[in-house]
Design a protein around this ligand. Structure first.
Ligand code: PPE
Length: 306
């Protein structure tokens, strides 16, 4: 599975994959001035459907608004349709969808108003980001030596491309040290999120997750809170510290690309039984029912292609 597809939707038109290029001189490439989404299309019992398409496209518009883009050339409804069309045009049944808002400018410079926003959408077949085995066996994480963004330095509620320089530093450090993923603390020392996922812990039957102040408010996180409450669990959003992770019964991370992944070890300390725990498994099962189209939330959360 590569990142290739037949077509990329570029600012309103389908372009052959090889021809979907942007000028070398553009502020998105040189300054990271762009924002993106990560969305999944699942193969449900009723055919391919995009999980929470509206919420993702709304967050894309909010990300652009936070960054100060004055105007996007497309509405949320336009972009939802463009995402469905991109899946259909590429004949994908299940795939990952990557919209990007970026500045195209006739000149270089740091004033965003010199350019205008373009939007493009790619899609490719991407299994769970941390590997299919991660979903059952769990992964090993470290607490990063890099700090997650201060909310007045970068815009943490915007899925800004430039925010991911920090993620790439932490992720690459973790992988080079033999871990699968990094957990990042905020500038006050509280647990923020992972490089591309939100984090949950389970202790004595209760589920805890970091409050939303300085994290990306994940759409999977939101779905999991809803599903966990539906299963009868209490979910507490509060500041968490790293040693609470060490003594948790279960830890799991979640995001569109990674999905819902148990964490079996952090900083070389085993978490709980060192495998996916019962609460994580119950949530994974509910999530799987949703994305197959078999859950009471499926109708609300799935946008069918056909
Ligand atoms: N935090 C961060 C920093 C993050 O990047 C993501 C998604 C999340 C939380 C979870 O958000 P959501 O997908 O809405 O549940 N990360 C995207 C990019 C990952 C990548 O490596 O690329 C994703 O999962 O699509």
């Amino acid at each position: 599975m590569g990142i290739e597809s037949k077509y990329i939707w570029m600012n309103g038109k389908f372009v052959d994959y090889e021809k979907a290029t942007v000028p070398f001189l553009n502020p998105a490439l040189h300054y990271g001035f762009a924002c993106f989404e990560g969305i999944r299309c699942y193969n449900t019992d009723q055919g391919p459907a995009i999980f929470r398409n509206r919420e993702h496209m709304q967050r894309l518009a909010e990300s652009a608004h936070i960054m100060g883009f004055q105007k996007l050339p497309f509405t949320t409804a336009d972009l939802m349709k463009a995402a469905r069309d991109t899946v259909a045009k590429n004949d994908f049944i299940a795939c990952y969808i990557r919209p990007l808002v970026y500045l195209i400018s006739p000149s270089m410079g740091l004033n965003m108003d010199l350019g205008e926003a373009h939007v493009s959408i790619a899609a490719w077949e991407w299994g769970s980001m941390l590997g299919e085995e991660s979903l059952t066996k769990g992964i090993r994480a470290n607490v990063s030596s890099f700090t997650r963004h201060h909310p007045n330095v970068m815009m943490t509620k915007s899925k800004a491309a430039g925010n991911y320089v920090n993620s790439m530093l932490a992720k690459s450090e973790a992988v080079r040290a033999g871990f699968d993923e990094a957990i990042m603390l905020d500038p006050q020392g509280y647990v923020a999120e992972c490089t591309g996922e939100n984090l949950f812990l389970v202790r004595k039957g209760k589920i805890y997750t970091s409050h939303t102040a300085a994290i990306l408010e994940g759409i999977t996180r939101d779905a999991i809170i809803t599903l966990a409450k539906g299963l009868g669990y209490e979910v507490v959003e509060q500041p968490l510290v790293r040693d609470q992770l060490y003594v948790a019964d279960e830890v799991f991370m979640c995001g569109t690309a990674a999905e819902c992944v148990p964490v079996r070890e952090i900083d070389r300390r085993q978490i709980g039984e060192g495998m996916a725990g019962p609460v994580t498994k119950a949530i994974q099962q509910a999530f799987n029912e949703v994305i197959k189209g078999r859950h009471t939330h499926s109708a609300e959360w799935l946008d069918y292609i056909g």
